[in-house]
Design a protein. Structure first.
Length: 305
């Protein structure tokens, strides 16, 4: 058992913090919904991106094959031109077949054909291969550009939403007050101590909606898991916990009792000396705060008393 009355809080709310935490929590939930949607869209894009990367890899294989075939065809055509027409006074027309961009190469092939000099199947084959190479190359570039653009847009959206959430969390902290880290617990029974000590051991762990430990919690999940330590089962929902436990007056609060806020959308556990331990929201961690910390008080119930 632990006794004492020492309680101290750190920091104070600035003048600009005028909204109560219930209103801020609503905006946090809305923003978190937007952020979750953005993250899911990014995850979906990641799956699509993998499909695109597979297609890019296949395209690159085709490009490598086409490029090798082009090189072989160019060499064959150059050898043919040199061997067959070197004495016709046309000059070194094989220079027209030097490597360059696919578009430029096709243009040079068209020049050869327009001169009615080298009309044979090899030129047509080489032209077709060059055109196919260009199509594949453009497809590869388009895929990469689209992927980069979509990823950049979603990353920017997430950055903007995270920045908005950071601002809301700062406002929430200002309205709710900073976490209390220096306190003594009052005298309590073994069951009270078992429940409260477990809850306090979770201080600093992150809030995750729908979670009941061991590494993260939401508000009702923290209470559920704490009471499970002494074999008491509670539902994983703040309103359900309120409706399934005996109501008491605020003046009768004892360690281990439950305190509800924001029309039963939030709750915490009373630990004595005007303090509760709770899992506030997704932008912060399990912490100890004053009973009147900014969330809108709704009511109290008891489990042990």
């Amino acid at each position: 058992m632990v006794g004492g009355l020492l309680v101290s809080a750190v920091g104070s709310a600035p003048a600009w913090a005028q909204r109560d935490t219930s209103e801020i929590n609503d905006e946090i939930e809305e923003t978190e919904g937007d952020l979750t949607a953005a993250v899911e869209a990014y995850n979906q894009l990641a799956e699509e991106a993998q499909d695109n990367r597979d297609m890019i890899a296949q395209t690159q294989e085709s490009l490598d094959t086409a490029e090798a075939e082009l090189g072989t065809l160019r060499e064959q055509l150059a050898d043919y031109i040199t061997a067959t027409y070197v004495d016709q006074g046309i000059g070194d027309v094989a220079l027209l077949l030097e490597s360059g961009s696919p578009d430029a190469f096709v243009e040079r092939l068209d020049r050869l054909n327009s001169a009615n000099l080298y009309k044979f199947d090899l030129i047509d084959e080489l032209k077709t291969a060059s055109e196919e190479y260009t199509i594949q190359l453009n497809l590869l570039g388009d895929l990469q550009d689209d992927l980069d653009e979509q990823e950049a847009e979603l990353e920017q959206q997430q950055d903007e939403l995270n920045e908005r959430m950071d601002g809301l969390e700062e406002e929430w902290q200002a309205a709710a007050g900073d976490a209390i880290t220096d306190y003594d617990l009052p005298q309590m029974t073994d069951d009270e101590y078992a429940v409260i000590s477990f809850a306090l051991d979770q201080v600093g762990k992150p809030y995750v909606w729908g979670s009941a430990g061991p590494d993260s919690y939401d508000c009702s999940g923290l209470i559920l898991r704490s009471y499970a330590q002494i074999g008491i089962d509670l539902p994983h929902n703040a309103a359900a916990q309120y409706n399934s436990t005996p109501k008491i007056s605020r003046d009768d609060l004892q360690p281990g009792d439950l305190v509800f806020y924001n029309d039963l959308s939030h709750m915490g556990m009373y630990i004595g000396n005007g303090l509760i331990v709770h899992a506030p929201n997704s932008r912060t961690v399990v912490k100890v705060v004053e009973l009147d910390h900014g969330n809108v008080y709704y009511g109290t119930t008891t489990v042990l008393h």
